[in-house]
Design a protein around this ligand. Structure first.
Ligand code: MG
Length: 330
């Protein structure tokens, strides 16, 4: 919302020249609560993250300029994806991709653009989470940690769910998560797990059989996989990145999870059907309120592919505007 007063303020700020002086003026002389955060006058005042998976090939075609565009939209930090174990480079899972970037080059490009790479999504390609495979997992996370330390990230996050059929499977997976967290912690990096909707599936104890004709009004049996992860991982080694959209898609209330696990959930994925705030199914004012209350460290906007043929940059920019204009986003 723009009133004549804020419009005039912004005009007077613009006449001062550079963006930096606008920010200095905005924070030193204006009462923030009386100013609607509109246009670029308030840009870069908010901590805004983006998961670069949202852009895929659109970013990888021209990374230096793409990163500058993102900084210009007001994004301050990035969570990247596409770590390749074999080469130690970052790319895309798209088989057509030909761009692979080293940690050193990625960091330099981000520094040049004035944006920070603070997080990364990566998953070992090992299928079986068994004690026999523990050393393979250790090798994966050790190498990945060395490379991510060069990149200067604070967080390394696994976004893929291993195969889990019962509680024992979940416990075995958690042993490996704990090990991963122990390894990254030695380099000062927090290790986290990112959910989709499948983590809100209930599993039974090993050997327990599902009821044949359950009473539809009785409480369901079994435990959510996400809950088993929370309970069987070490809070000193493993944190959680709650994807609020996938939590809703799992028929859950993200606020309830943030309340129940306020000490474990450190990061969020802020996501909607496409552009933030467009669908009406995500209560972002309440989500942000709770996020600040529990002391979330960072959040990352994420967009999947658009079904209407718009570019991903358009969606990412519209989502940045939504956050810039939202009074509930600090
Ligand atoms: Mg996500």
């Amino acid at each position: 919302m723009s009133s004549r007063r804020t419009f005039l303020k912004n005009i007077s700020l613009l006449t001062l020249g550079g963006l930096a002086s606008q920010h200095a003026m905005a924070s030193s002389t204006l009462n923030e609560s009386s100013v609607s955060p509109i246009s670029t006058a308030s840009y870069a005042k908010k901590q805004m993250g983006l998961q670069t998976y949202s852009l895929g090939q659109e970013l990888l075609k021209d990374v230096p300029n793409g990163l500058k565009k993102l900084a210009g939209m007001g994004y301050t930090e990035l969570e990247i994806f596409g770590y390749q174990e074999k080469t130690g480079m970052f790319g895309d899972y798209n088989p057509q991709n030909t761009t692979f970037i080293s940690a050193k080059d990625y960091k330099k490009m981000a520094d040049d653009a004035g944006i920070k790479i603070t997080s990364s999504h990566l998953t070992p390609m090992i299928q079986d989470y068994t004690p026999e495979n523990m050393s393979k997992f250790e090798d994966f996370w050790k190498k990945a940690t060395d490379i991510h330390a060069e990149l200067g990230v604070k967080y390394m996050v696994q976004p893929s769910l291993p195969r889990i059929e019962n509680e024992d499977d979940a416990k075995r997976v958690c042993d490996i998560f704990n090990k991963a967290g122990e390894i990254t912690k030695q380099s000062g990096i927090l290790w986290g797990y990112h959910n989709h909707h499948m983590e809100f599936r209930r599993v039974l104890k090993a050997g327990e059989k599902p009821e044949q004709n359950p009473n539809p009004w009785a409480p369901p049996k079994g435990t959510y996989i996400e809950e088993l992860f929370m309970k069987n991982t070490d809070p000193e080694k493993v944190m959680f990145e709650l994807d609020v959209y996938w939590t809703v898609m799992g028929q859950q209330d993200p606020l309830e999870w943030m309340d129940m696990y306020k000490d474990r959930i450190k990061l969020l994925h802020i996501k909607d059907r496409w552009i933030l705030g467009d669908s009406g199914m995500m209560n972002f004012p309440n989500i942000f309120k709770k996020a600040y209350e529990i002391g979330i460290l960072s959040y990352f906007v994420e967009l999947e592919g658009d079904k209407k043929g718009r570019t991903q940059f358009e969606g990412v920019e519209a989502s940045a505007k939504y956050l810039q204009n939202a009074s509930f986003v600090k």
